[in-house]
Design a protein around this ligand. Structure first.
Ligand SMILES: [Mg+2]
Length: 225
């Protein structure tokens, strides 16, 4: 599926790709609305309104900004995240994939819409830093991955050849944006959230396990010659 000899750079999304999206789904759609209502002494119905308000920002930088939500909702988002931080974890074979990448050594870049506060929470709990050469947050660049401009700005801080780059992300809108920019090798994720059903991406191949794209997975296909 992937000819690794044709890849110099691997760009990896974090949430839903390397990490189980269950933490984020649970936090934004269950934990935060509930705690928001508790902290502001609001009734049950207000939780639905908060959910709708959160979902309205989907795909924007605000959606990914903990500072924005702390301000908007007048709560300490980081503190609330810490209440459920035990749910932060790697997807099934993500660690094996990262270990393999480290040995195969293409340049590995975490390209995430998560802001620096999210990264500060998640990196120490997951050890991702040990496996990537660089971390680029769209918050630092000022535009989310969904926007074309992101890729031009990324190119400036982290040069890559789009024809020799593999990008893996669970978000179809982001993959679409990467394709428009010209990134040649694109893969989605079949089950970003371990507690939710698998989904197919219409336009992209969705990975079940990372092992499926590693050499040596098929019988007789050993380490790259
Ligand atoms: Mg994602």
């Amino acid at each position: 599926m992937i000819d690794w000899r044709a890849i110099d750079t691997v760009l990896l999304d974090m949430d839903g790709t390397l990490l189980d999206l269950h933490f984020d789904s649970h936090f934004w759609l269950e934990h935060l609305p509930r705690r928001y209502a508790e902290l502001h002494r609001l009734d049950e119905a207000s939780q639905e309104a908060i959910r709708a308000r959160i979902l309205r920002e989907q795909g924007t930088l605000n959606w990914y900004s903990l500072a924005y939500w702390s301000r908007e909702l007048d709560v300490d988002i980081v503190a609330l995240k810490r209440e459920v931080q035990h749910l932060i974890g790697l997807r099934s074979d993500a660690l094996d994939f990262l270990r393999w990448l480290k040995r195969a050594h293409p340049r590995v870049v975490l390209a995430t819409n998560a802001d620096r506060e999210s990264l500060a929470l998640k990196l120490p709990l997951t050890g991702l830093e040990d496996y990537v050469d660089a971390i680029v947050s769209s918050a630092d660049l000022g535009v989310p991955k969904e926007a074309q401009e992101f890729w031009f700005l990324l190119q400036e801080v982290e040069p890559f050849d789009p024809a020799r780059t593999l990008f893996i992300d669970d978000n179809a809108a982001v993959l679409e944006s990467a394709r428009e920019y010209g990134i040649r090798h694109l893969l989605g994720i079949k089950q970003p959230d371990s507690r939710r059903p698998e989904k197919e991406l219409e336009e992209f191949i969705a990975l079940d396990r990372f092992a499926a794209i590693l050499p040596g997975e098929r019988p007789g296909d050993g380490e790259d010659a």
